[in-house]
Ligand binder design. Sequence first.
Ligand code: ZN
Length: 708
Amino acid sequence: MQCLRLKLYTPTGIFKNSLSIKGIEVYPLPPYSTIIGLIYKAMGGKWEGESFQISLQGDYEAIYRDYVWFRKYNFKDKVLGKLPLQVPILHNLRLLIHIKAEEKLLEEMEKAIKEPKELLFLSGGEYPVKVEEVKIVQCEEKEIPEEDAIKLKHNAYVPRRILEKVSVDKKSVLFSLSYFYKNSQKPKTYSWIDVYYFQKGTQIYGSLIFDEDGNPVFLTESVGEELKRPEGEEYVKFYAGNWLMASACVGVLKVLKAQGQNVENLVEEKTLRIPKDLWEKLPEIYPDYLLKDKEEVLKAFYEKSKDKTNFNPYNVLILPNLGDFHNNSPFTNQSHKYIKELKGMYSLEKVKTSFLEAYEKFLSITKNTSSTCFFCHERQAKNFVDATSFTPLFASPDTLRNFIWDPMPICKECEFLLYFTSVGFYKSNGKYLFVYIPDDLLETYRLNQILSTQEEIEQEKLGRAWSVIKHVLELEKQKSSWILENIYFVEIEKVGDATANIYSFHISPNLAEAIRQLIDKYPKNLQRIFSDFLFYIYTGRSLYEFLFLLLSGFIKKESYKNLKVGTIESRIVQAGKNLKYLSSNLLFFINFQEVLNMNEQKDYTNWAFWAGKELKALYKKDPSTQKKLEPLTYRLLEAIRRKDKDYFIQNLIRAYLEVEKEIPYLFKEALNDKNFNMIAYAFLIGLNSEEERGKKDENNKGETSESA
Ligand SMILES: [Zn+2]
């Protein structure tokens, strides 16, 4: 058989779906639709039912996480809101593509890509695509025995059908990818395809197709043939293909678990399958869950309320659960009769009745659309997603419009499911947290259960998120590295009625390494700001910034006399203020950061700490130099703040002259950008350190001593 082979190169590529906000759920290779779109763009036409098959492989050098601007226009106030979003960008991406079709179409494509009608880009990339090869090649199917198994030279998408005929030795990742446009008018409707992603180096054998240069080819089913998912008459199915839907699925699972269901049976890979009869009971099960054991709460609120005629049980019991995520919806909008009429009542049962009426109202809200649902890719859409579906992310089409989303069609089942995100996220101190593992819904559910049911004691000690991190690290043995790098924490912080900040963080391999090596050495006397420390490392902020705040608090106690503690920064400064003395346990932050920086020369830390300590001892011998210690500390802190290496070294030279010593030779390393922070901070900590009472200084003296 003949195939057209393309080799493409681009310096940068970002491949995401419409819900990839905050860089979550990105693909390691472009989805098929992106490549098919590129080919048709080169031909200057649209797909008109031609049939062909495609194989997609590729490789990238590195993933960068960079910021792009996300814009949201507020029509009411006429302001353009901008938000920096972190997105993973594939660097130096090379693609190997094979297309099988009739000879005439292959020739058309070949010609078009050699002389494209438009400049070709891969979606999200800043640079045009470089076409490195276009060639018609001969391909044939071969049977590869186990002992001759081949090693994949590229990362590859392998359609499910091919996996029936081959064996592999590594874990794969299931992706549901957009395949081709069924129609090109807006809103665009895709056909979707399930494929397994294998990383290069995977061993594979069995019945395989190879091109004339020995490259394996993993062709999809023909474009244009309707790809049918197996019918599931007795189930209502949901697809947790993005973090939002995953949080809704987790919410439903939590509710069903509380009701005594065996939830493990309802999940398969990324799919949630709810038996039809159970689904029909869900509108009743949900309020039962929300109202369970709430008699006391209701009573307490009722007794506290000053104006009993205005007391509304619905607002006490349902609104706090759904209000933040489903602002203005049939379940929360105060102007609906079924909510208003509960005013002045004291009844749990009436709240449930109103909830069921809200559900009826919800069902009645539909819009005309002929599209398939964006979320399940299966059922007929009946509405478009708006602010009521998930307020932190979406906008109401009348007041706010955003620039990156086309209207997103949704079916009523998926729309109702989104109301369970409120249960899926874990709420604490006005913030919501969710952990997302892209390839495994059941594991995602389990981790989020840990998040919400951790015992309070553990929370005091380490923080809930921490206990989840421990579990995430344990997943290393079972997951492919692509998945490990794409496990995310989503944090939502409400800042207004209909606005919220969405943060996300993931655990990079370096961070996992630093946690494993060092976390046990976290200073016990700084337990209070442990969660602030976690925030720094999740969000990739430098621990030197953290240390700067801590040392500023300690050194300049006086200037922070009136500090109000409301922000992360002020909490860290306050913790520094509270320190009675500095000790070598603070070197933890330096060591941690240096593991993150992959700096091998960590032994400077201890050396610089002890150099600082020795200089202090020399200063303290003489009353005339003793009082110069504080101004020296101030100047060094200032040099660190300004990142001014010369000023730092000048001050050191003078300081050593003061006690008639020569500056130790190793300080020349501080002039190296890579080492400056490490040496400067460690020295400053040493210069201000005191040993705990009962410990003898002499025991720890010397350049090579282990820190206490
Ligand atoms: Zn749907």
